[in-house]
Design a binder for this molecule. Structure first.
Ligand SMILES: [Zn+2]
Length: 288
């Protein structure tokens, strides 16, 4: 088994809302070129993502929603219908061929998970993934399809495994949480800025799952201006306890970088110290 691969292709830049939208895919290109210039990707295989199939998307998303995304991308969805599906909003505007761009990000995450569960790699990194606000039948917060939710559903179908999802983005991982809220084969752990003032407003400690999934949804809401040491202590403690309790076959982490003190959309105060430690602690948990 090889250690590590990452998934990326310049085609992922087709998931692009507009010139002025804050979710700009140039971040992917800049990250890869920065890592290359630091010789961090020198012997690391780069695997190009594929598109997710409609069958895979339908493991999480409603058929009529998938049809609406396709129609929106060719300009034939009425504004009224678009609104019903959360499309064409200020956060998640319509763009050309949006189904193609969005399904490519999903396919990349499915492949990233499959490469680990099939035993080819110990760890993989899909740089374009993490669209955690996508709902079953509605787009939300820059997210059209929910790549991690679809990938987890596909992996459970193929490998009958247990998956721990860990979300350190500054926003609550709501789409993933609700997709598996009443199931006990996925455990979700989200650390985020409290929803009191920040989108999406959910992620309270009382959201613990329902029915068979009760106890398998964990939330750690943090006050604005939380700094590295508090964040890392909460993250490490919760992650190791979750692993010990749940004994997952696969750990997926969503490490959106918007909890950084300089991020203009949120109010957490992390520095590069946390961003160096977050994956290291996840690796330590996985090794254990
Ligand atoms: Zn975020």
């Amino acid at each position: 088994m090889k250690d590590f691969a990452y998934l990326y292709s310049p085609e992922e830049a087709t998931y692009r809302f507009s010139e002025t939208h804050p979710f700009n895919p140039i971040r992917l290109e800049l990250t890869v070129s920065l890592l290359e210039s630091m010789h961090q990707l020198d012997d690391i295989p780069c695997i190009a993502p594929r598109h997710a199939t409609d069958e895979e998307l339908a493991l999480v998303h409603d058929q009529d929603y998938i049809a609406a995304v396709k129609a929106a991308g060719t300009g034939v969805l009425s504004p009224l219908k678009a609104q019903m599906y959360g499309l064409g909003t200020e956060d998640t505007p319509l763009f050309q061929d949006m189904h193609s761009g969005a399904s490519l990000l999903v396919g990349g995450t499915i492949e990233a998970c499959d490469l680990v569960l099939s035993g080819k790699y110990k760890r993989t990194f899909h740089i374009g993934g993490g669209l955690h606000h996508g709902f079953r039948g509605r787009a939300s917060g820059f997210c059209v399809y929910n790549d991690t939710a679809v990938a987890m559903a596909a992996m459970i179908e193929k490998y009958h495994c247990k998956i721990l999802y860990v979300d350190t983005d500054a926003h609550h991982g709501d789409g993933v949480q609700w997709a598996f809220y009443n199931r006990n084969d996925v455990m979700t752990l989200s650390l985020h800025e409290t929803g009191r003032y920040l989108f999406p407003g959910t992620g309270m400690v009382t959201e613990r799952g329902s029915e068979e999934g009760y106890g398998f949804s964990w939330n750690v809401p943090l006050d604005a201006f939380t700094e590295d040491d508090s964040f890392l202590l909460a993250y490490e403690t919760a992650l190791f306890e979750a692993c010990e309790l749940f004994q997952p076959d696969l750990i997926i982490t969503q490490n959106g970088a918007d909890a950084h003190v300089l991020d203009p959309l949120t109010h957490l105060s992390l520095t590069m110290k946390s961003y160096e430690k977050i994956p290291q602690i996840a690796v330590a948990a996985a090794e254990k």
